[in-house]
Write a protein that binds this ligand. Structure first.
Ligand code: KIV
Ligand code: ZN
Length: 387
């Protein structure tokens, strides 16, 4: 069976930028959008045009420069939002309006003080209205993760009839278990009339650390688009991390999916977003964290020096990192020390290594990490002693 494409919908500039302290100006957004386009994302959610004049301008300017990706603007389910988004997107080669409304009983009661019937009507009206501005209309059922499946199916069916091309099923609060989220997608595939006329999309939040697992479960069960952000940035605990889903799909050919992302750009992309947003990446972050390809314990280092695959499932070059690093700490062994000495030009014999290793342990117990300056110093003192 041919492998199937998963569309990557990047929302770094919308959901990601909602993070406190991460606000970007238009110039910065343009830099990121251009790089996302080069990275190969299928859709760039450029912003929420009605939210501020600055965001409107960003969506408009991004629409002008993006060459390949679809450019998307978020709206609520009301005419004004949709008109403003239509205007902001008018220069885009491939515009998409992303409109929607909360569908869970909690949102219906507390946010809208409304009823299921009224919400359904608003959803349909919003999609129909958005169709006056663009062909490509994505509908989001906010808090779909906690929405009753029968009602969600009804909403999906009606918005498809109204012309929605994509159905976004957000786990807005990051509540679902992967099995549960996957079953929700499966339920929609099996119970919504004309479901093949639209693409199902996963939009998962990371409140319980399950955003990536939920998105993967979603595509296994029939979704064909994942909404995600660089470095997993986003509201509260964040969104699904783009680099994670892309590499899972790549490292698991058994899933039979592919994306158009150039994975070799992932590391630089992560760095760019982190720098411009002023949001450091946690060192142990999967794929792009500083320690993702660093080995520091003696047992692991010995394995990696003999064959990288003993402790690495991804070749670091696949994500744009030149090589794995062997970090010298008090937990390192002789083979790591010899390896690092060799890297700076010293080929040490076994006898020399035994002596140097004892010296190394003394220094390593006083420092977090031994660097090349320390190694040069050790070698100089060693040569003085024996010379
Ligand atoms: O998390 C969410 O439900 C959203 C929607 C606005 C798509 O971000
Ligand atoms: Zn979201």
């Amino acid at each position: 069976m041919d492998s199937e494409k998963i569309e990557i919908f990047d929302t770094t500039l919308r959901d990601g930028e909602q993070v406190p302290g991460c606000k970007l100006d238009t110039k910065q957004k343009l830099i990121i959008a251009e790089q996302l386009d080069n990275l190969g994302v299928d859709i760039i959610e450029a912003g929420f045009p009605i939210s501020s004049p600055g965001d409107f301008l960003s969506v408009q300017e991004i629409s002008k420069i993006v060459k390949n990706a679809k450019v998307c603007g978020l709206t609520r389910a009301n005419k004004k939002d949709i008109e403003v988004a239509g205007e902001a997107l008018k220069f885009a080669k491939r515009p998409r309006i992303h409109t929607g409304i909360g569908t869970s009983d909690s949102h219906i009661k507390f946010k809208f003080n409304s009823t299921r019937e009224q919400i359904l009507e608003r959803a349909v009206d919003a999609v129909k209205y958005a169709k006056n501005f663009v062909d490509d209309v994505e509908f989001y059922a906010e808090d779909a993760g906690r929405t009753d499946n029968d009602f969600l199916a009804k909403v999906c069916e009606e918005v498809i009839k109204a012309g929605a091309t994509v159905l976004n099923i957000p786990d807005t609060t990051g509540y679902c278990l992967p099995e549960e989220y996957g079953q929700k997608i499966k339920y929609l595939r099996e119970n919504v009339k004309d479901i093949d006329k639209a693409i199902l999309s996963c939009h998962c939040h990371n409140d319980l650390g399950m955003a990536t697992a939920n998105s993967i479960s979603g595509i296994i069960n029939g979704a064909r688009q994942i909404e995600c952000t660089i470095n997993g940035l986003g509201e509260r605990a964040g969104n699904t991390a783009l680099e994670e889903v892309v590499m899972i799909i790549k490292q698991h050919p058994d899933l039979n999916f592919f994306t158009d992302i150039n994975s070799k750009m992932l590391n630089e992309m992560s760095f760019l977003v982190s720098e411009l947003m002023g949001m450091p990446v946690q060192p142990n972050k999967a794929i792009v964290g500083a320690n993702a390809f660093a080995h520091s314990s003696g047992i692991h280092q010995d394995g990696v020096i003999k064959n990288r695959e003993t402790y690495e499932i991804i070749d670091p070059r696949e994500v744009g990192i030149n090589e794995s690093s062997i970090v010298l700490t008090a937990r390192s062994g002789r083979s790591a020390l010899a390896y690092r000495f060799k890297n700076i030009g010293f080929d040490v014999t076994k006898v020399e290594l035994d002596i140097l290793y004892q010296e190394f342990l003394k220094i390593a117990d006083t420092k977090k990490e031994i660097n090349n300056d320390d190694l040069n110093f050790m070698m100089k003192s060693f040569n003085q002693k024996i010379g």
